[in-house]
Ligand binder design. Sequence first.
Ligand SMILES: Cc1cc2nc3c(=O)[nH]c(=O)nc-3n(C[C@H](O)[C@H](O)[C@H](O)COP(=O)(O)OP(=O)(O)OC[C@H]3O[C@@H](n4cnc5c(N)ncnc54)[C@H](O)[C@@H]3O)c2cc1C
Length: 232
Amino acid sequence: MKVKLLRHTTDPELLCGAAALTSTKIGRPSEILENIDSETAKRIIKRVTGYEHVSVIEHASFTFSIEGVSRTMTHQLVRHRVASYTQQSQRYVTYDTPEKYVTPPSITKNTRVKEIFDDALEKISETYQKLLKAGIPKEDARFILPNAAKTNIIVTMNARELQHFCNLRCCARAQWEIREVATEMLKQAKKAAPALFENAGPACILRGYCAEGKMKPPECNIEELRKRFRNL
Ligand SMILES: Cc1cc2nc3c(=O)[nH]c(=O)nc-3n(C[C@H](O)[C@H](O)[C@H](O)COP(=O)(O)OP(=O)(O)OC[C@H]3O[C@@H](n4cnc5c(N)ncnc54)[C@H](O)[C@@H]3O)c2cc1C
């Protein structure tokens, strides 16, 4: 799996800070942006998002390339509707690369189980190739492909949506692959705009308690998570 922040809005914090000041200053947004400094922008972002005036951070966008992940992961990712996606198409791309599938760690660490998994995937690959050879178009041959099939996707989220996505998907209750992707996205976004993502991470670290009830993983510790995500 590889996650790479490809592009983001130029000076995301200055822009969001200027947007926030636009609501209270008499000056034009263009002038405010020209004159705002980094410390003021950070201070304003913290203040206004603190009282839920969060639309100001929608002006900053972040585009990631997410490579070599499973279709299981991307199926969950695209449920986040306030984002833009472009995914490698199984209608046009043939599944014939040597590294076609993602293997979950729970399977990798068990040699006997991994053999069962690999055998099944090998059979699927053979059947897929047979279908193509029989003249079945890729868009139909792909019906045999599993959730483990590797894919690439490009995603753009604004800072508000990225925070929300991390609230849900950096949580220990999220599935391991999307949790790894979300944590890496946050790490890279935080480097580009630390003030925008200062308190980002699983929702519990801001909320102060876990909302998962009986589903809360026993190993979860909010203080440890808070420290980990602060220092990401
Ligand atoms: C641990 C976990 C387990 C899950 N299990 C399942 C499952 O078993 N089955 C399943 O189907 N899904 C499951 N999901 C997916 C979940 O139900 C959401 O579809 C997904 O997390 C996207 O969240 P969202 O709607 O908040 O995000 P987004 O789609 O990104 O939306 C962001 C926010 O915009 C607002 N919004 C967006 N669209 C609308 C709308 N149409 N109406 C009103 N407000 C809107 C909401 O405030 C929303 O929170 C799971 C998610 C998690 C994190």
